[in-house]
Design a protein around this ligand. Structure first.
Ligand code: MN
Length: 314
């Protein structure tokens, strides 16, 4: 068991609980700035919870009115050893990357970019766009065996949708409810989006070996016996083979889960690595324009500069 990958109990009195089945824990998201000043809610990583399975980063952005100004603007920036997973609930995002992909993503679709040894991309609101932008972006850490792979980009225009007990459930990653998501991931993972316009209650069979988290995207819902609101991530350990989700009012939530990630990772800025040296090198290579991260085209602005890691300053 390693410290980085395990969601820890804040109450020291709980330390002797079995590590694989801690009590459910509500973790508040924290505000962070994305790109040119859009305020978003960051749910992962946090002090009490670094990862859920291989999910190592989770931002909830909006809903925000993007009719004025430029909307979302995140200039060209690099990634390593992770997949970026983009799930819009409202509005559009234009993705451009160093492999030459240029893709507008819309609600109901997933963009999945595999950074591998290195890639760069920009994300922005397109000129012609809906008034509201709302969604989630997650990162998935790549395991040692594939983390230096060739970079790739995949757009999934259609995911399995299941109507069940008052919920409209979209299967984003993995296998559930007799369906298999097309999204290509490299460790055992599951993700579902639950949406209801009112009264809904369902029980989902889940792999007992997975740990789970639930992020509230709209409204409020009850997970097992825990009421959850927007701005909260509920961490559920592993060990349970069922999950109860219910609501009495319009609500939307994102369930993520996976087999506990068995490797220690380090994260700095937009990089995932295994050592400080590796992260320092990635930042230096990006800032010097190294070919490792390729060249993006078309973004109407500057590429982002990697900040110096704190351990390199004396
Ligand atoms: Mn990115």
């Amino acid at each position: 068991m390693n410290v980085l990958n395990q969601c820890r109990q804040q109450d020291p009195g709980n330390r002797h609980q079995a590590a694989h089945s801690p009590a459910p824990q509500v973790i508040p998201t924290r505000d962070a700035l994305l790109g040119d000043g859009m305020t978003i809610r960051r749910a992962l990583p946090s002090a009490p919870c670094r990862m859920i399975g291989a999910w190592c980063f989770l931002d909830h952005f909006g809903p925000v009115d993007v009719t004025r100004g430029h909307g979302l603007r995140v200039g060209p920036h690099p990634h390593t050893a992770l997949q970026t997973f983009t799930w819009p609930l409202a509005g559009e995002i234009l993705h451009r990357d160093s492999l030459g992909y240029e893709q507008i993503i819309r609600p109901g679709q997933v963009n999945l970019m595999t950074a591998g040894r290195g890639i760069s991309h920009s994300e922005e609101s397109p000129g012609t766009r809906s008034s509201q932008l709302h969604g989630a972006q997650l990162w998935i850490a790549l395991p040692e065996a594939v983390r230096h792979c060739e970079p790739a980009f995949d757009h999934y225009p259609k995911l399995p949708v299941i109507e069940r007990d008052g919920f409209r459930i979209t299967l984003l990653v993995g296998e559930a409810l007799g369906e298999q998501a097309p999204t290509r991931v490299f460790t055992p993972l599951l993700s579902l989006d639950f949406m209801t316009g009112g009264e809904a209650a369902t029980t989902l069979d889940v792999p007992a070996g997975f740990e789970f988290g639930v992020l509230m995207l709209e409204g409020q819902a009850t997970i097992d016996s825990q009421v959850l609101h927007v701005g909260q991530l509920l961490y559920l350990g592993s060990g349970s083979d069922q999950l109860r989700v219910s609501s009495t009012s319009p609500a939307r939530l994102l369930l993520i889960g996976g087999a506990p990630f068995g490797e220690e990772i380090l994260m700095w800025w937009n990089f995932v690595g295994r050592s400080r040296e590796e992260l320092t090198r990635a930042a230096a290579e990006w800032n010097s324009g190294d070919a490792r991260f390729g060249t993006g085209r078309g973004y109407p602005g500057e590429r982002l500069k990697a900040p110096l890691p704190p351990w390199t300053t004396t």
